[in-house]
Design a protein around this ligand. Sequence first.
Ligand SMILES: Nc1ncnc2c1ncn2[C@@H]1O[C@H](COP(=O)(O)OP(=O)(O)OP(=O)(O)O)[C@@H](O)[C@H]1O
Length: 272
Amino acid sequence: MTDPVLSIRNLTIDYIGQTSDFHAVKNVSFDVGRGEFFGLAGESGCGKSTIAFAVSRLHRPPALIRKGSQILLEGRDVLQLDNKGLRDFRWREVAMVFQSAMNSLNPVLTIGDQFHDVLHAHAGMTRAQSRARAAELLALVDIPAHRLDAYPHQCSGGMRQRIVIAICLALNPKLLIMDEPTTALDVVVQHEILQRINVLRKELGFSVLFITHDLGLMVQVSDRIGIMLEGELVEVGEAQTIYNAPQHPYTRRLWAAMPRLHGARLRQEAEQ
Ligand SMILES: Nc1ncnc2c1ncn2[C@@H]1O[C@H](COP(=O)(O)OP(=O)(O)OP(=O)(O)O)[C@@H](O)[C@H]1O
């Protein structure tokens, strides 16, 4: 791995309950390298989204990050940022594409207005400047500039998802977090979007923290993968190594449960 952009150290997160606390993330440590595509896998409820929200500093009560946890972005502890620090941090340092991202666009604003909101608020751009920058960003995700005048409902699901990704890239973040970004899309569109992200991160140099239930897709696109089980990180390594020679019994069970078609195709590709 190259030098880390993100270093998570001893991250422990509980959900505080009336009678007892739920330990969602237990002493997790891992790094994401510069320009690296890092996948986080594990069954539903194992704590992946809780980590993603904590890294973006979007976690809310009852989630409580325990003392001793560190989330370092280029060496700076994200957990220590004050409000001003957070304003500068969001979009510029870390941008997050949510599970339901394609429905997160505002239905009553044009696509151009939604770019303007971010570019004006965080980079002080005028209408003309933000329009030019938005056209550049749309081109990155293969969408023609005339779509700036469209409303979200006039765009397909895949297009809306690519628009959200383009907005996330507006301020050149160092880390793009994608939490199940393409789950609601059909398989072909999912693959196209991830291929595009992969090309872009090589061109633009950002890192990706990628969360998905689709293990086949994760092995295909990730450089390294971390496997989580009940709040703990049980295995981390190169994607192909983890796929071909998993060490932890849980990882073996995960691969065994992967749909055969995917498995067969990936094995063929790995052997080529
Ligand atoms: N607001 C909350 N209050 C209490 N418990 C919560 C809350 N949010 C999440 N949890 C619990 O924390 C655990 C981790 O949830 P999290 O969403 O991080 O898992 P995940 O691995 O991302 O799952 P999925 O893949 O289904 O999104 C789960 O058991 C979940 O029920």
